[in-house]
Design a protein. Structure first.
Length: 379
């Protein structure tokens, strides 16, 4: 028998050309339009609120990023009285000409009666200061409570919705979720745990009864919890998927909690170095760097490198990352936005060519509102 030889050709992974043309740590402004160009029809009339649609970006709000589709999205942003639109905007970034679209038009808000309205008459959520309450899972997005809704700054941790980016609509999941008994506005934080397909919500509260809770993405039901008192004020959570450690940072503080999820073991430690000037900036685990990354208007690209001891962290150090280039970031992109960055700082793990990207939405602009930095390896 004659042996037969087969030759296989494997095509390398590809990403959009505007992205693959960038060098390591190089910025680009690839989006061909802005949110302003696809603004909801009611944005400057019925739903204008006290400030207007600029609050979609500036009023204590965050964003989400679906790793499966590379869709960056802002939805239901701008409350409590600053803006009343609950429309949904998104931009798919792994294409040749990324452009914002309006996925869903807004519900017409009622007249401001100074009362608490967690949802409008159609059952969809009111706009709110989303902070870090929204999260994307593959093909399914969640609003895990209201940081501060219309009109009386109502804080409704217990009201949850999912959003289907195929049907482009919300589903109300109920009002029976855990809540912060002290009612701290814009204080809690959510992350997606891909290994368990769960949402982790960290509820800022001195009560260990609220603490850290895990929810099934499939059913949206609670499946586990870790009782730990996190104290008062804002917290921001991030997940180290390499070491299976949940990091919880306190607003405007060096104090952090490290939770080894498999063991439910909690460690408290303090970071060293100069933390972000905007203390609401979300940080993201970048496995090639063995560190968390973020962007700060005052310091630029920053990383937080943990010291791993035993099963968790014993400390972590903030350091600035030099050498970023590409397009020049506008001078008005500075730290200390009136409402902070929150999760308008995002990280794409793989843009299609095997490399990652840091994504920021730091300002309301008619020129550019999204910037992307390519990360071809460790920083």
């Amino acid at each position: 028998m004659t042996a037969r030889t087969f030759t296989f050709t494997v095509s390398p992974p590809t990403g959009p050309s505007w992205f693959t043309a960038l060098g390591h740590k190089q910025w680009a402004a690839p989006v061909t339009n802005t949110i302003q160009s696809v603004l909801d029809p009611l944005a400057n009339s019925t739903n204008k609120g006290l400030v207007g649609p600029s609050s979609i970006v500036t009023a204590w709000v965050g964003a989400i990023l679906d790793q499966s589709t590379k869709d960056l999205s802002l939805f239901g942003n701008g409350g409590h009285q600053d803006y009343c639109g609950n429309e949904v905007y998104s931009v798919r970034l792994n294409v040749e000409s990324p452009a914002w679209i309006r996925r869903r038009n807004a519900t017409a808000a009622p007249a401001n009666d100074s009362l608490a309205h967690p949802q409008w008459a159609d059952g969809r959520p009111c706009s709110d200061h989303t902070g870090d309450y929204c999260v994307a899972t593959p093909g399914k997005w969640f609003k895990c409570g209201l940081g501060a809704g219309n009109f009386d700054n109502c804080i409704k941790e217990n009201y949850w919705w999912s959003f289907d980016p195929t049907a482009n609509d919300y589903t109300f999941l109920g009002s029976g979720y855990a809540t912060n008994p002290e009612g701290y506005a814009i204080s809690s934080s959510v992350v997606y745990d891909p290994s368990r397909n769960q949402i982790i919500k960290c509820i800022a509260s001195p009560s260990s009864a609220t603490c850290i809770r895990m929810y099934s993405v499939t059913t949206a039901a609670q499946v586990d919890s870790i009782p730990v008192s996190m104290g008062s004020g804002t917290v921001l959570a991030s997940l180290d998927t390499t070491n299976d450690v949940l990091l919880v940072r306190y607003y405007n503080s060096n104090t952090c909690l490290a939770i080894k999820l498999s063991a439910k073991a909690v460690t408290t430690f303090s970071t060293t170095g100069t933390r972000p000037t905007d203390s609401t900036a979300k940080i993201w685990w970048h496995a090639p760097s063995n560190a968390f990354l973020t962007w700060d208007g005052a310091q630029g690209l920053l990383k937080l490198t943990p010291t791993v001891g035993g099963t968790s962290y014993t400390g972590a150090a903030w350091t600035p990352v030099a050498g970023a280039g590409g397009v020049t970031l506008p001078s008005n992109m500075v730290a200390g936005l009136s409402g902070g960055m929150y999760s308008k700082t995002q990280l794409i793990e793989d843009m299609g060519d095997g490399t990652g990207a840091l994504v920021i939405v730091p300002r309301w602009s008619s020129v550019s509102d999204v910037w992307v930095m390519r990360l071809t390896g460790a920083v």
